[in-house]
Design a protein around this ligand. Structure first.
Ligand SMILES: C[S@@+](CC[C@H](N)C(=O)[O-])C[C@H]1O[C@@H](n2cnc3c(N)ncnc32)[C@H](O)[C@@H]1O
Length: 216
């Protein structure tokens, strides 16, 4: 992890509880726009991505709750959390008894945040910065994908990647708060939660979010 990314995450977040998800603490941001501006200044890139990693998104909150309620979904199994953001779902999987967890994201700050958050929760998570969506399925038993359907470009790539992994024999669990590009026809709903998010990110601070299994 680049020391500067780690320092940036620590400087712009506060370690605290995740509303509605017992037993997990994350380094969380307060206001999205000032933090986004700080990322743009830090990277010198006016097109830098939103600091997704500084927030627990609705899909991740639902999937983390589901793993706490249904540890058998991941217990003793190797999980990969793709588009991991803060690492919330990978950490929840380790708390639920996963044998190991890999968290993948394309954002350098995300990888730094995942490492810090894993350490804060006393679990081991391998954090990888890479775009794997044109690669074959990972060497794992369960794929977790939370809140990946908020924009068309990512949705068009992540859905077929998850389907290829499912065809390869992996279980695929999805968390989503009703994003526009979610491929609902391919998904079997397995749980629904009211999640507490923030009007920094969403229109309402309480939303419904669903957990799905990708149909076989
Ligand atoms: C809305 S956030 C969801 C984060 C987390 N899963 C959650 O629910 O809190 C979406 C994440 O997708 C990541 N992302 C975007 N494109 C990606 C790609 N091609 N591969 C992996 N991650 C990607 C972003 O960096 C961001 O962290």
């Amino acid at each position: 992890m680049a020391a500067s990314s780690r320092a940036f995450v620590l400087r712009h977040t506060t370690l605290g509880p995740v509303p509605g998800v017992d037993g997990i603490r994350l380094h969380l941001g307060a206001e999205v726009l000032p933090l986004w501006h700080a990322v743009q200044v830090e990277t010198g890139d006016p097109d830098a991505a939103l600091p997704y990693w500084a927030f627990a998104w609705g899909g991740g909150l639902a999937l983390a709750r589901y793993l706490a309620d249904h540890p058998e979904a991941v217990s003793g199994r190797r999980i990969v959390d793709v588009a991991s953001g803060s690492g919330l779902c990978a950490i929840a999987a380790m708390h639920a008894g996963a044998s190991d967890a890999t968290a993948i994201d394309v954002d350098t700050f995300s990888v730094a945040a995942i490492a810090l958050n894993a350490r804060a929760n006393g679990v081991r998570v391998t954090a990888i910065r890479r775009d794997v969506l044109d690669e074959g399925p990972p060497d794992a038993d369960v794929l977790l994908a939370a809140d990946c359907w908020y924009e068309a470009g990512l949705a068009a790539r992540v859905t077929p990647w998850l389907m290829r992994a499912r065809d390869h024999g992996l279980d695929v669990l999805v968390g989503d708060p009703g994003r526009r590009y979610l491929p609902t026809a391919d998904l079997e709903e397995i749980a629904c939660y009211e999640v507490r998010t923030t009007t920094e990110l969403e229109d309402l601070d309480r939303k419904q979010a669903w957990v799905y299994r990708l149909r076989r």
